[in-house]
Design a protein around this ligand. Structure first.
Ligand SMILES: C[S@@+](CC[C@H](N)C(=O)[O-])C[C@H]1O[C@@H](n2cnc3c(N)ncnc32)[C@H](O)[C@@H]1O
Length: 233
């Protein structure tokens, strides 16, 4: 689990906790945009009927639960390294097993163990934002079947409004330990052409990107970079 943060504490302990207390429903919709309230949805993933699908950094597994219930995949794996997120996902959506499989693992380890198993992999501001892409993207390519696809939503710029990086450089961003102490974790906020080069180096083709504008104004809003890539058939 060392690759997830610069600390051994679970820096995702607080994420989504308040919502989990009041909202236990399988979401009716699937959103890519940072605001999680508008824009394109699961159709971006293509036809999922019978497919083996993996959510990389699934958190409480709300997106994965939606796909399992509404899109007839063969199976969806919701993968997350955080003990707190794994516990939350299991509590909320464990009843959807076996359509939804909740997996407690670093995604790079999981993908290496699942060579050629997936038709579709995706991340919604998940592990792709918080894991060295030079490790994660080749592992994702190896875990996909020929013709498989990878789709991810990531920040188009920093939450401060600063431009995304023109090189493969991570920034330290603030986080909180379970007991509320300040900590840091690494986040990769990269320009579109940097993602494209990394994806090509990992073996992906037919790479397209779209910017989804922020749907609200404010200091914590952001534009979303939605990236789709394919493995050769
Ligand atoms: C911002 S949250 C997003 C969660 C979820 N996709 C959502 O939209 O609510 C990022 C998640 O990625 C997970 N994560 C980050 N790096 C990871 C890695 N290398 N392996 C597995 N999970 C990872 C974290 O534990 C956290 O739950």
């Amino acid at each position: 689990m060392g690759r997830v943060t610069t600390s051994t504490a679970d820096l995702w302990h607080h994420y989504g906790r308040a919502r989990a207390d009041s909202d236990r429903a399988v979401p009716d919709g699937f959103y890519w945009a940072w605001g999680q309230d508008a824009g394109p949805g699961a159709e971006v993933l293509g036809d999922l009927v019978g497919c083996c699908v993996g959510d990389l950094g699934a958190g409480a597994a709300r997106h994965a639960a939606h796909l399992a219930v509404h899109h007839q995949p063969g199976r969806v794996a919701a993968v997350d390294a955080s003990p707190a997120q794994y516990a939350m996902a299991t509590d909320l959506y464990g009843h959807l097993t076996p359509r939804l499989r909740i997996v407690h693992s670093d995604v790079v380890c999981h993908l290496h163990a699942m060579r050629g198993a997936y038709d579709v992999l995706y991340s919604v501001f998940g592990a792709i934002d918080f894991t060295d892409p030079r490790e994660l993207l080749p592992a994702a390519a190896a875990a996909l079947r020929p013709g498989g696809r990878l789709v991810f939503a990531t920040l188009a710029h920093y939450l401060s409004g600063a431009l995304a990086q023109p090189d493969v450089v991570a920034a330290d961003v603030s986080a909180k330990t379970p007991d509320g102490a300040e900590a840091m974790m690494r986040r990769w906020v990269l320009q579109e052409h940097v993602w494209t080069t990394l994806l090509e180096e990992a073996g992906f083709t037919r790479i397209t990107s779209t910017v989804l504008p922020a749907t609200a104004e404010g200091t914590r809003t952001a534009d979303t970079l939605l990236v789709k890539a394919h493995l050769p058939s």
